[in-house]
Design a protein around this ligand. Structure first.
Ligand code: 13P
Ligand code: SF4
Length: 313
């Protein structure tokens, strides 16, 4: 008697039938990252989605990332394992006030973090990710007033790095990174005095002030890989979602990684990202749902700021 296929085998089989590519963010469960064709940060995933061939993009991340994939590659069917995989930044930045801001300040430049709804993207002049936010803001003429939204910690970080005074910052935050207490980071540093602190710019300023490196998830992975090459086996305190551990252990197998629990869940996991499971991925490939559906008008309006971002090297 032959054994029943595992879920991973079922997914691989469906992937072939559907001519699908599986894209995964670093914050996904490691079982999902293991089976993905590509794992990356939000900027790398946007590029991978734009370049994807085949018929289906199974996007294992959060909904706004899948919407971005659809905008960049509208001929593909884009599915997400769980429809409720949202983001506190998206939910804290409704489009109404942004439209009103645009109406009152037609000469201001609106720069939206990619962690926004498709409707907010469509009202924006430029998009950015945590990887290129400083570069994007630096590309705007110095005399222009910029509204940066929606993450206040990333906005403050960009303001410090660019020295830009005419930057207005929306007051949204990430429920995971914004609740990493600096007190717990200092305790971790006391317990591991040799450890290098690597942080995502969505962390509060007090945490960033005690960090040795600040960058997007993939920038953190690259930094750790380089540090490991120079000094194998060093220690890191990682101030971001712990799903990144899969990629970190891959690039630095003899290093040790310590995570600081946040005050929301007393863990370092994103409740939205972790809604996706291997079972739901299989089901979504079977049913081709939940599927991202966007009007042609929204796609056209959101594509403009996305393409402007991707053109800035
Ligand atoms: P990255 O830009 O590093 O992928 O981060 C996205 C995100 O949602 C961080 O919480
Ligand atoms: Fe959004 Fe924070 Fe989750 Fe990233 S970690 S998807 S910013 S809630």
């Amino acid at each position: 008697m032959t054994a029943a296929p595992t879920i991973a085998e079922e997914i691989l089989d469906l992937k072939r039938q559907r001519r699908a590519i599986i894209l995964a963010h670093h914050y996904q469960d490691h079982e999902i990252q293991e089976i993905a064709d590509f794992t990356g940060d939000s900027l790398e995933l946007a590029r991978a989605a734009r370049d994807a061939e085949g018929d289906v993009i199974a996007f294992c991340g959060v909904w706004f990332m899948a919407e971005t994939a659809k905008v960049l590659n509208p001929a593909r069917t884009v599915i997400v394992p769980d429809k409720d995989a949202s983001c506190s930044l998206v939910e804290g930045c409704p489009v109404g006030p942004i439209r009103e801001y645009r109406r009152r300040n037609p000469d201001h430049v609106i720069v939206s973090y990619i962690n926004t709804s498709i409707e907010v993207k469509a009202e924006s002049d430029l998009l950015c990710t945590s990887r290129n936010a400083v570069k994007i803001v630096n590309s705007i003429p110095a005399d222009k007033t910029v509204l940066f939204l929606p993450d206040r910690n990333l906005g403050n970080y960009v303001q410090r790095e660019t020295g830009r005074q005419n930057l207005k910052i929306w007051q949204g935050s990430c429920i995971v990174h914004n609740t990493f207490p600096v007190r717990r980071l200092l305790d971790a540093k006391a317990a591991h005095p040799e450890a290098i602190v690597v942080s995502h710019p969505e962390c509060p300023e007090a945490v960033l002030d005690h960090s040795d490196f600040i960058g997007s998830t993939s920038a953190i992975v690259d930094y750790v890989a380089a540090a490991h090459q120079q000094r194998p086996g060093c220690e890191f305190i990682v101030m971001t979602e712990s799903g990144v551990n899969f990629s970190l252990e891959r690039v630095a197998p003899t290093s040790r990684f310590y995570y600081v629990a946040n005050e929301n869940c007393n863990c370092s996991e994103c409740p939205f990202m972790r809604l996706n499971t291997l079972e739901k991925l299989r089901d979504s490939l079977q049913t081709l749902s939940p599927v991202v559906e966007l009007s042609a008008d929204l796609i056209a309006r959101a594509l403009l700021p996305l393409e402007r971002m991707l053109a800035i090297k």
